[in-house]
Design a protein around this ligand. Structure first.
Ligand SMILES: *Cc1c(COP(=O)(O)O)cnc(C)c1O
Length: 394
């Protein structure tokens, strides 16, 4: 089918909830994708930071293939080895305590919110349930995580939202302190706001919030759904901020393309969710955990992570060296970067880049967001940079 034929059937049969780019993708290899009409693209988006090993990576495809012949799913009423392995790897790599598996970022955040509220309830009884998040954050699309998201444009239509969220300004410790009272149980934030515009947080603020949370016995939940699994050049971004969170959520890159999410809790709170208090049918199936184990076998390696940092610097410097008057800077860490352009121009540039064969996405009001596969080669980066030169400088 041509793009036009597919698009017209999509419009007829699929709910029109997305403003999709005008191409239909067919297959990929490495960091390259081909659309249904045979046109090739360099992928700097990885399905929103999901395909961290690119496309058709032999270690990942082989691990999934082997597992689906053995056992795809048995429910959480039984123990399976792939899940235990994923949890063990994550815990040993971070010094955290235990892991709960979910299916998406939003669901991981729901789990973290439940964990924080029960932690407080167990210790202090009712009334301590408020969670402070940051303005401009993004935490998901369920009725609760929409409310956790600090952007008022997400607080429409779906009333009543879950109560118990308040918002502070990133970097403003006094503002955050002013929102904390006797009813507060947790602070939750991203270390680099992804959807909000690729905005890294100030380390001094992050460390001060960590201290404040410890002092007041509030759980610090770090949403690493986008920043996690090597994306920023360390397995988790918090490792570059010199803090240990109480709860870390992850999803996107963890399965390299399969739907998986996880809540990881530190030793002080990893036994809060007890039998019957939280569950999900699909969470951590052998299939998705086999994929996660394949991803972690590659990404959880200091040499690989150093290469992510190097490629990130290379890409950032190459973009700045274009000297385009349209580019006002590049923000981010590792291979999570935002090219800053005039407000509203990010989607214009994204569409132009895609037309010329480079897949990118947007973030916030003015960022062209780059989340390439962590395995992208320098040749692929150079090809993308040459196309950026055409788009940003001509
Ligand atoms: C994408 C994202 C989510 C939501 O993840 P889904 O898998 O789409 O539910 C939550 N938090 C952050 C930081 C994200 O980037």
């Amino acid at each position: 089918m041509t793009y036009q034929e597919l698009k017209s059937e999509e419009q007829q049969y699929v709910m029109q909830t997305y403003g999709r780019f005008p191409i239909a993708l067919d297959h990929g290899q490495g960091a390259q994708l081909w659309d249904v009409e045979g046109k090739r693209y360099i992928d700097l988006a990885s399905g929103i930071g999901v395909n961290c090993l690119g496309y058709n990576h032999p270690v990942l495809t082989h691990a999934i293939e082997e597992q689906i012949h053995k056992l795809m799913h048995v429910s959480n009423l039984f123990t399976t080895a792939p899940m235990v392995q994923t949890a063990k790897t994550l815990v040993e790599a971070t010094g955290m305590g235990k892991v709960f598996f979910a299916n998406s970022g939003a669901e991981a955040n729901e789990g973290a919110i439940k964990l924080a509220r029960k932690y407080s309830y167990d210790k202090y009884g009712k009334g301590r349930s408020k969670i402070i998040t940051l303005w401009n954050s993004f935490h998901g699309r369920t009725v609760t995580t929409l409310k956790a998201t600090g952007q008022t444009r997400f607080h429409d239509y779906f009333f009543p939202f879950t109560e118990g969220f308040d918002y502070a300004t990133a970097g403003d410790l006094d503002d955050l302190k002013s929102k904390i009272d006797d009813s507060t149980c947790a602070v939750m934030f991203e270390l680099i706001q992804g959807e909000g515009g690729v905005l890294p947080q100030d380390p001094a603020f992050v460390q001060a919030v960590r201290e404040l949370c410890t002092e007041k016995d509030l759980l610090l939940i770090v949403d690493e759904v986008q920043t996690g699994i090597g994306r920023t050049g360390s397995l988790f971004c918090f490792q570059q901020y010199g803090i240990l969170p109480d709860v870390v959520t992850m999803a996107k890159g963890l399965g390299g393309g399969v739907p998986i999410g996880a809540v990881m809790a530190a030793k002080n709170c990893c036994d809060v969710l007890t039998p019957g208090t939280h569950a999900t049918t699909f969470g951590g199936t052998p299939t998705v955990c086999a994929a996660a184990n394949a991803v972690l076998s590659i990404v959880n390696d200091e040499k690989f992570l150093a290469e992510v940092r190097k490629k990130g610097e290379y890409l950032k410097n190459a973009i700045l060296s274009l000297g385009s008057p349209a580019i006002h800077g590049v923000r981010g860490k590792g291979l999570m970067l935002g090219i800053i352009v005039d407000e509203g121009q990010h989607s214009v540039f994204a569409n132009k880049l895609i037309e010329h064969g480079v897949l990118v996405i947007t973030a916030g009001k003015n960022a062209v967001r780059l989340l390439p596969p962590l395995t992208i080669t320098y040749e692929e980066l150079d090809e993308a940079i040459a196309i950026m030169k055409t788009v940003f400088c001509d």
